[in-house]
Design a protein around this ligand. Structure first.
Ligand SMILES: *[C@@H]1O[C@H](CO)[C@@H](O)[C@H](O)[C@H]1NC(C)=O
Ligand SMILES: *[C@@H]1O[C@H](CO)[C@@H](O)[C@H](O)[C@H]1NC(C)=O
Ligand SMILES: *[C@@H]1O[C@H](CO)[C@@H](O)[C@H](O)[C@H]1NC(C)=O
Ligand SMILES: *[C@@H]1O[C@H](CO)[C@@H](O)[C@H](O)[C@H]1NC(C)=O
Ligand SMILES: *[C@@H]1O[C@H](CO)[C@@H](O)[C@H](O)[C@H]1NC(C)=O
Ligand SMILES: *[C@@H]1O[C@H](CO)[C@@H](O)[C@H](O)[C@H]1NC(C)=O
Ligand SMILES: *[C@@H]1O[C@H](CO)[C@@H](O)[C@H](O)[C@H]1NC(C)=O
Ligand SMILES: *[C@@H]1O[C@H](CO)[C@@H](O)[C@H](O)[C@H]1NC(C)=O
Ligand SMILES: *[C@@H]1O[C@H](CO)[C@@H](O)[C@H](O)[C@H]1NC(C)=O
Ligand SMILES: *[C@@H]1O[C@H](CO)[C@@H](O)[C@H](O)[C@H]1NC(C)=O
Ligand SMILES: *[C@@H]1O[C@H](CO)[C@@H](O)[C@H](O)[C@H]1NC(C)=O
Ligand SMILES: *[C@@H]1O[C@H](CO)[C@@H](O)[C@H](O)[C@H]1NC(C)=O
Length: 847
């Protein structure tokens, strides 16, 4: 048991360390007296948890100290290796004690809270002149490294993972000419990685991964380099992968994932005959895939999330009998997919989603002997029937074929009979007809996605399916009642029944133990009161149904929600103030109902400062917009279009410094042109249409410009005077010199989180559903720029190009007085499809 533990632990470390471990275990001799007292002195000076200690706790006078756990001696009885890793040592001045073990060769202090500054611990260890191995991961060491380390001329292994050194890597580490292992994972390293370290002749293992601030590039690797293991993942290394990588004949592990490498993959990669693990995912690599058929030991190949293109010749993978995982998803590979890959004997994981593979998938032999457990072919252009051989892959637990052009009829009973291990099945968005022909449950099913599969009823087996987590039956033809049992799944987290023809929900609604956090019922014909089932709801979409009433105190029944979409129903009460109690709420859409009364003041105060998108358009809200927008207002969109609002645009709206869209059109506001909003530099869309605005358009003596403004609609008001030319000249985004200069008019998207890293837009619906988090959120769905805007000048309506393209600008100067258009934009939520997925998006649609 003990041996396995130790072995297991060291197997996690690079192989080179294994030899040293051996030394610790086999060198035995009689301990020298002063060595023993040094060790006991050390023990007494440390604060550790005796209950969890496996080594220190056993050190005592009665034994030969060379026999103690974690101690190894030379033949003369001097301590030459000391391993007190993972002993839950929380205190004691370790640097003070280690100095006295002058002959020590190996020192393992992983997980010992040394908590010392760079200078201090470096000086302490640098007195240990014979040191060959220094391992102090997770020891709460601080940086920067100190030049005194170069005194350790015998040092072979330096392992400092998980210490916050927060400093650059000094180039004098390259002076440690015997270094074979350098591990500085997660050390908060910054600056440029010194190139001379790559040239160290004995260097076998280099791991500086997970240091986001660390820059660098790969140099020319020398011909006989020893490197076997290189991990630069999650750093800022960039540039090309050099051809000389082919020189690293002994390479077995290469992990360059999540960096900024670009350019094509050198063909010399094909020379790496010892390669076992290759991960180049999440870079900007382009061009074709090199062949791997000489890397016979290859087990893992991850090239996903790049820009690789070209085809996938079957010869590239010929004879790779050890290959376990292939991940090529999110690239631009195209052409037929070679079915021979299914026959690789060790293959367990094959991810090809989000490429451009096309044509039919051929049947392949011996499916039932295959090891494949996970198969993802979604988001390609595969056509024709799904080969029956896929349903022979009896170890499959994940099968995702969504968003292709597969056709034909699939019987669920056939899948269940053959694929007993299936946990995830996704056949959504093909041209398939899925037939529910049996009510025996799948033994292990967790995730079941059958969107757009021409289902006419709820698959009957679901009722007996106890372990469901995600269920998507959207865009089918299911009619009638949502059965009560669907709310009773103990683990169901997300349910999408949108876009069917459902008319009501079966009660009772009490005592439902639902864990659901996402519920999407939009676009059905559900009627009656809108029930809310679970307190944990994060995403709730009831829009475009015929619901008639909201539960009282809705805010208190779903206190953790982030998205609430209730638009397009028959709600006709006042907006309940409890909605402001949801401190996490970011998106609230109550548009196109019959809500009455005032806009609750709390929606504009500090209490609602998490709100990013607020749409109350198309209701019967009346009264004034309260002048209570707080300085913490973070709204990106405020849509009050089409209500009965009176009074003025509140001055405090200027507090909403991130506002991108303001729509107060079709109300009864009486105000001047809102120059006080000029300090909102993010404003892109401003709709004042059909109110009683008066006076001149334009602002003099006001600081700030609407540089991003793309749409201004002031039609159907009582503005007077001429259009001030200077006004438009200051709206830079409205102008463009080139007809094709569309690039600057980037899509309108709303970052509804505070960190810019996840530019989560209104696409969230897919993001949350998506089984694996597809990290490319590039398809940011948004408003396409629209080219027309409206003005009213007392005598009539005319339009002018929104983007003043050159030719339009000419047109504008000639015809500005008599143009008559009637394309008036209205901002609204609509649903659309892109790449087979449905997105909720904001768009302008004509009214
Ligand atoms: C000393 O350690 C040995 C081995 O762990 C143990 O058997 C013995 O009981 C210990 N003696 C004392 C006095 O703690
Ligand atoms: C540890 O001991 C050394 C030498 O005795 C001393 O310089 C250092 O300040 C001590 N460190 C701490 C954290 O007490
Ligand atoms: C460690 O060595 C120092 C001198 O370098 C000495 O003063 C100290 O007593 C030694 N500690 C022990 C426990 O022997
Ligand atoms: C880590 O070290 C810093 C000082 O370097 C100290 O303030 C902090 O308490 C230490 N943390 C732990 C968990 O020992
Ligand atoms: C490292 O080596 C270089 C060249 O041999 C030398 O100039 C430099 O002083 C050395 N640095 C340290 C810290 O020993
Ligand atoms: C690392 O240390 C730096 C400077 O001491 C500090 O600013 C930073 O917050 C620390 N990072 C972590 C993750 O503790
Ligand atoms: C490389 O480093 C990353 C981050 O530290 C880690 O997650 C990954 O498992 C490492 N790769 C290999 C092959 O060890
Ligand atoms: C990688 O691609 C992304 C997205 O196309 C781009 O933003 C980034 O600048 C590119 N990085 C490099 C180093 O080319
Ligand atoms: C790689 O990225 C760098 C920096 O973004 C860029 O200068 C270079 O042109 C890119 N190389 C290729 C081949 O795309
Ligand atoms: C692959 O991409 C490169 C550069 O991005 C391009 O030049 C080449 O035409 C593409 N090849 C194919 C077959 O699409
Ligand atoms: C299925 O797709 C194939 C290839 O696109 C086509 O030839 C065939 O007619 C389709 N079958 C049906 C039933 O639509
Ligand atoms: C950004 O914020 C969201 C929500 O607070 C969180 O889920 C996500 O992990 C954050 N992303 C990063 C990179 O911090």
């Amino acid at each position: 048991m003990k041996t396995t533990l130790i072995l297991w632990f060291y197997l996690l470390l690079p192989l080179s360390l294994l030899n040293f471990t051996y030394t610790i275990n086999i060198v035995t001799s009689q301990c020298l007296g002063h060595q023993q007292s040094l060790l006991l002195h050390l023990k007494n000076g440390l604060i550790f948890n005796p209950a969890k200690s496996k080594k220190l706790i056993h050190w005592n006078h009665t034994d030969d100290c060379c026999q103690w756990k974690g101690v190894a001696c030379s033949t003369k009885g001097n301590v030459i290796a000391l391993d007190i890793s993972h002993e839950f040592i929380t205190g004691g001045n370790l640097t003070k004690f280690v100095k006295n073990f002058t002959r020590i060769k190996e020192l393992y202090l992983d997980g010992v809270e040394i908590s010392a500054k760079g200078e201090e611990w470096c000086h302490a260890v640098s007195s240990l002149k014979s040191l060959r191995v220094l391992s102090m991961s997770s020891s709460n060491l601080s940086g920067p490294l100190d030049p005194s380390l170069t005194k350790l001329q015998s040092l072979s292994v330096l392992q400092l993972d998980h210490n916050n050194l927060s400093s650059p890597v000094p180039d004098y580490l390259g002076n440690l000419s015997g270094l074979s292992t350098l591990q500085l994972r997660s050390c908060g390293l910054s600056g440029v990685f010194p190139k001379n370290i790559f040239q160290l002749p004995s260097l076998q293992v280099l791991d500086v991964s997970d240091n986001q601030g660390l820059h660098g590039s790969l140099t020319n690797f020398p011909n006989q380099a020893s490197l076997t293991h290189l991990n630069l993942s999650h750093t800022n290394f960039s540039g090309p992968i050099p051809d000389s990588i082919g020189n690293l004949k002994r390479f077995s592990t290469l992990d360059l994932s999540n960096c900024q490498f670009n350019g094509t993959l050198p063909n010399s990669i094909s020379n790496l005959a010892q390669l076992v693990y290759l991960d180049l995912s999440f870079n900007n690599l382009t061009g074709p895939l090199p062949s791997f058929n000489r890397s016979k030991a290859l087990k893992t190949l991850y090239l996903n999330h790049n820009y690789l293109n070209g085809t996938l010749p079957s010869t590239h993978f010929e004879g790779l009998t050890n290959l376990v995982s292939i991940n090529l998803e999110v690239n631009s590979l195209h052409g037929r997919f070679p079915s021979s890959l299914f026959s690789l004997p060790s293959l367990q994981l094959l991810f090809l989603a989000n490429n451009r593979f096309d044509g039919q998938l051929d049947e392949f032999p011996n499916g039932s002997f295959s090891s494949i457990e996970m198969l993802d072919l979604s988001d390609n252009n595969f056509q024709g029937h799904i080969p029956m051989s896929i349903f022979q892959l009896k170890r499959l637990n994940l099968l995702q074929l969504s968003t292709n052009k597969f056709n034909g009829t699939i019987k669920l009973s056939m899948i269940r009979q053959r694929l007993q291990n299936l946990a995830t099945l996704d056949l959504s968005h093909n041209n398939l007809s899925v037939v529910d022909d049996n009510d025996i449950p799948f033994p292990k099913l967790n995730n079941f996605w059958l969107a757009s599969c021409k289902l006419g009823t709820f698959p009957s087996f679901l009722r007996n399916q106890s372990s469901l987590l995600y269920l998507d039956l959207s865009s089918n033809q299911i009619e009638g009642t949502i059965p009560n049992w669907i709310w009773r799944f103990e683990f169901l987290a997300a349910l999408n029944l949108s876009q069917n023809s459902l008319t009501d929900m079966e009660g009772p609604f009490q005592n439902l133990s639902s864990a659901m956090f996402l519920l999407d019922l939009h676009d059905n014909q559900l009627q009656g009161p809108a029930h809310i089932f679970t307190k944990n709801m994060v995403y709730l979409d009831y829009s475009n149904n015929r619901f008639s009433s909201i539960p009282a105190k809705i805010g208190d029944s779903i206190p953790f929600s982030i998205y609430i979409f209730l638009s397009g129903n028959n709600f006709h009460e006042k907006i309940d103030e409890s909605i402001c109690n949801i401190s996490t709420l970011r998106v609230l859409d109550l548009s196109h109902n019959g809500f009455i009364g005032n806009i609750p003041e709390c929606l504009t105060t500090r209490k609602s400062s998490s709100l990013k998108l607020l749409s109350l358009a198309g209701n019967k809200l009346s009264g004034q917009i309260s002048d209570t927008f707080s300085t913490s207002c973070d709204l990106r969109l405020l849509d009050l279009n089409g209500n009965l609002l009176e009074g003025t645009i509140p001055k405090s709206l200027a507090n909403c410094q991130n506002l991108q869209v303001l729509n107060v059109g079709n109300n009864q506001l009486i105000d001047e042109f809102p120059c006080f909003l000029k300090n909102i530099s993010t404003l892109r869309v401003m709709v004042l249409r059909s109110n009683k605005f008066y006076g001149h358009i334009g602002c003099s003596n006001v600081i700030g410009n609407w540089e991003k403004l793309q749409i201004v609609d002031v039609a159907a008001n009582k503005f007077s005077g001429m259009l001030p030319k200077t006004l438009f000249q200051s709206w830079k985004a409205l102008m463009s010199d080139k007809d094709d200069d569309m690039s600057r008019f980037d899509h309108l998207s709303f970052d509804i989180y505070d960190n810019n890293t996840s530019s989560v837009t209104l696409e969230t619906i897919t993001t949350i559903y998506s089984k694996k988090s597809k990290l490319k959120l590039a398809e940011v769905v948004s408003i396409e720029p629209l080219y027309v805007l409206g003005f009213t000048f007392g005598f009539g309506i005319f339009m002018m190009p929104l983007i003043l393209w050159k030719k339009w600008r000419l047109w504008y100067s000639k015809k500005v007085d008599d143009a008559l258009y009637k394309i008036v934009p209205q901002l609204d939520f609509v649903y659309e499809r892109r790449g087979g997925k449905r997105y909720r998006s904001l768009r302008w649609k004509p009214y």
